[in-house]
Design a protein around this ligand. Sequence first.
Ligand SMILES: [Zn+2]
Ligand SMILES: [Zn+2]
Length: 329
Amino acid sequence: MLAYVGLVQAGNAKAPSSAAFELITLGDSGGIQDGNLSAFLLRSLTENNYIALDAGSIVNGIDVALEHNAFAKLAIANDPEWHTNGTILRQHVKGYFISHGHLDHTAGMLISSPQDSSKPIYALPSVHQTMLDTYFNWQAWANFTDRGIKPQLKKYQLIDLMPKQTLAIKDTSLNVTAMSLSHPLESAVFIIEKGDDLFVYFGDTGPDAVEKQGKLKAVWQYLAQQLKSKTLRAMVIEVSFDNQRPNNLLFGHLTPKWLMTELNQFNSLLATTTDKDTPLQGAQIVISHIKYSLAKGPDPRIVIKQQLEQANNLGIKFILAKQGQRLEF
Ligand SMILES: [Zn+2]
Ligand SMILES: [Zn+2]
């Protein structure tokens, strides 16, 4: 697939001439399809090390990505001891970024942990606590971390992300900044930086008008400041349900209508900070977390795609995440 070339040009930023990031979708659904749950690999195209953005499906996601030739541009290490999927996970994935503790974002990491290599897990403090209480407790699962109930196997080093504090990601050339999102339990957005290029990954989130906490507004404000001097390459954000879903049954999720409401807020803020009337025109937004359904009826992916396109007054380029897909931004 050809590179998608970057999007929001803010201030005096130069047009990006080539792609900065590679994104591989390991899992595209927000439930209920085991083997295809929220997880992405992201790397700077200047290096061979990924970070995992959520970890709902890991080994099955790598296997499907291999079938789709998604690692064609990765210089895969030669490891006589492990199959290619094991080598990718053990040597090329340098850390997990867990947006929140729900199983559809963590199950793949938990299940693959016995054969995983040692690496950090980055998350907000409350997210680490949920995982220690719920999974790494020697009941649901062994404690593979370096905190909590003993014995601690210390395979995973828990690193706290404090909101708005930027941190270098070990074994990569990337920096990360996290902020809190509204969901039934605290969730997070990760703003990944490589030089002046930004990639933004949203965990599950409800719209501000329903959640009443103003957390997305704070994210849009932060990003608008950043984009005075930096370039937004792409964002991953969720749309779990179609527009039929009533607000009282959103459970901290977005619909096409609510995503467009939020993006219009962001666009208005950007318009005031960048002197552009349509700053999000051409922006590339990957839609994650569409709920798979066992029920008969219209395919939620088709309905959501149509509803996004109908409401797209900003000229945004929406891409539905698809397991095994490789994208450049
Ligand atoms: Zn979820
Ligand atoms: Zn969730």
